[in-house]
Design a protein around this ligand. Structure first.
Ligand SMILES: Cc1cc2nc3c(=O)[nH]c(=O)nc-3n(C[C@H](O)[C@H](O)[C@H](O)COP(=O)(O)O)c2cc1C
Length: 172
């Protein structure tokens, strides 16, 4: 699919059917994730693929929303702050959030390409998420959860509300 069509097609899906995501689709998505760029090519991330009932249940407590009910695949992306590039010569800015956002976008667009719905989720309880994943390294931080699944089409596609280019682009 043309990239612009793919970007137009993607939206935050908050209602899923109970159909499970096939392993081939997860593999395709993970390969798209693996090829994501990162600052200094540090790749300071882990991708947790959660499909087991007990861990899914714990993640759904960490992000307790009715619309998560049918979700049977959740990816959790974590950053390793001891691996990420910091802008040491100037302000030491940690670029892991930038890296993780690119990783997440590769995943979400790949999911769209596979005919799957997804949603960025950051409003979870990080302590509960860490516990669910048995994440003990203090340098590792869960950054985003991405539920993946088949879209329940009983809910309509929301209108894309975006600023106009003239409001955001500055030509100099
Ligand atoms: C960094 C980030 C965090 C987000 N966290 C959540 C979240 O916790 N829960 C949720 O339902 N949507 C979350 N969203 C989805 C946004 O609300 C959504 O992308 C935005 O409203 C635009 O809508 P669209 O994705 O349908 O185009 C998040 C999006 C981003 C980029």
């Amino acid at each position: 699919m043309d990239l612009l069509d793919l970007v137009r097609q993607r939206y935050s899906v908050r209602k899923y059917t109970d159909k499970k995501v096939e392993k081939e689709k997860v593999d395709y998505i993970l390969e798209c994730a693996r090829l994501a760029p990162s600052a200094c090519n540090r790749q300071p991330w882990s991708v947790y693929v959660v499909t087991s009932d007990d861990v899914l249940a714990k993640l759904k407590q960490a992000y307790n929303r009715d619309w998560m009910e049918n979700v049977s695949t959740i990816l959790v992306l974590s950053a390793h702050h001891d691996q990420s590039w910091h802008r040491e010569r100037f302000d030491n800015k940690d670029h892991s959030d930038v890296d993780l956002a690119i990783l997440a976008d590769h995943i979400i667009l790949a999911a769209t390409q596979c005919g799957l719905g997804s949603c960025w989720v950051c409003a979870f309880d990080p302590a509960m998420c860490r516990e669910a994943l048995e994440m003990v390294d203090e340098q590792e931080e869960p950054v985003v959860m991405i539920p993946l699944g088949y879209i329940d089409s009983s809910v309509g596609v929301p209108e894309k509300k975006r600023k106009n280019l003239s409001d955001i682009v500055v030509f100099k």
